[in-house]
Design a protein around this ligand. Sequence first.
Ligand code: AMP
Length: 427
Amino acid sequence: MSFEKLNIIEPILRALKAEGYTKPTPIQEQAIPIVLERKDLLACAQTGTGKTAAFAVPILQLLYGSEPPLKGRKPIKALILTPTRELALQIGASFAAYGKNAGLRHTVIYGGVPQNAQVDALKRGVDILIATPGRLLDLMSQKFVLLRHIQLFVLDEADRMLDMGFINDVNKIIEELPVQEKRQTLFFSATMPPEIQKLSNTILKDPVRVAVTPVSSTVDAIRQALYYVEKSNKKSLLTHLLKDKSIVSALVFTRTKHGADKVVKDLHKVGVHAEAIHGNKSQNQRQRALNNFKEKKTRVLVATDIAARGIDVDELSHVINYELPNIPETYVHRIGRTGRAGLSGVALSFCDHEEKEYLKDIHKLISRPIPVVEDHPFPISQFAHEQHKETGRSSGASNKPRSGTFNRGGGKKKFSNHRGSRFSKAN
Ligand code: AMP
């Protein structure tokens, strides 16, 4: 399949080529024709699948060449609602890239910064508006935004909107849009809990459903490894692993903001430059940390889940779960930050005694155990063996761990796999 076969128009094709996209990702292949046929879409896809282009490309195409109004300000024709500033900025950057030959105007509005520049951009007139809910409502109430002419509405990361408590705001915004029949709605969510399904039923009309790589298979492309380690030894293990120069950039996850700051402090003590990104940091601090990481000025970025949600870093080589998440889907979201759009990636996870239950839930979700690295300087072998027994019983596999080789960036490490199958990385 090629973008040409999806009937993408030449100005957009040229822009996609300039981005280095040679063929559509599965979500793009499925979603683009549906959107171009002006149908509503219910898409189950997470960040990392290429979902932004799956809606941005056809929106640009549908709006391409639309006549400017004879008088007055350009009406906003497409609204993309997304939960975080980082996501909003990234979506804005995607519209800029894919739409660079399309002659359409877009702008991004989000909270935490003064509104003046955003208001000025709105006054100049935009075709496409990318917004987070709070700031959008704010500017709507001040009459800087009118949604009466919206033809295309995208609700991005709907499940995250729910998690972050934005659903009421989202509903208020939807009330101001043209009715269902008079707009086209595209609904994206990584997961579909009942509340999200209910919301989708109320805002979509006869949607076509598409789903790409259910969470459990998304992880196939990513090489995963598990380190059983005492909580008190985690910082030493992290320092040890970071000696490996093949770890070009690492996104390290903690469950709490305090935990993220602590990891940064510990790394600084041993001379590793790291920065943290979480909700207690200002918008500017977060953006600066993210830019430094993207530009490879900072090798290690430590993040909490909410803050990391919008992080889109091409060529991120490693994700390190310093603390396992208590929600198993979050594991899949985290490791999906690496291995983007067909690139290979490595996800290393630390597990201490208290995190055993979280690990069980993760194994259940991804339907397989994560290969264990036993040969590291800070093992808790008794615990690991207990785990092997447990997993062996539930999966019917042998209780006895076998050894193999986990080859990470040239350095060979011994590991044992619960199922006894060989786990090796093709570099
Ligand atoms: P998204 O899921 O939209 O956050 O996209 C994930 C990453 O994949 C982004 O860095 C995009 O630039 C990249 N990407 C999206 N579509 C393609 C494509 N067709 N070919 C190569 N990379 C892509």
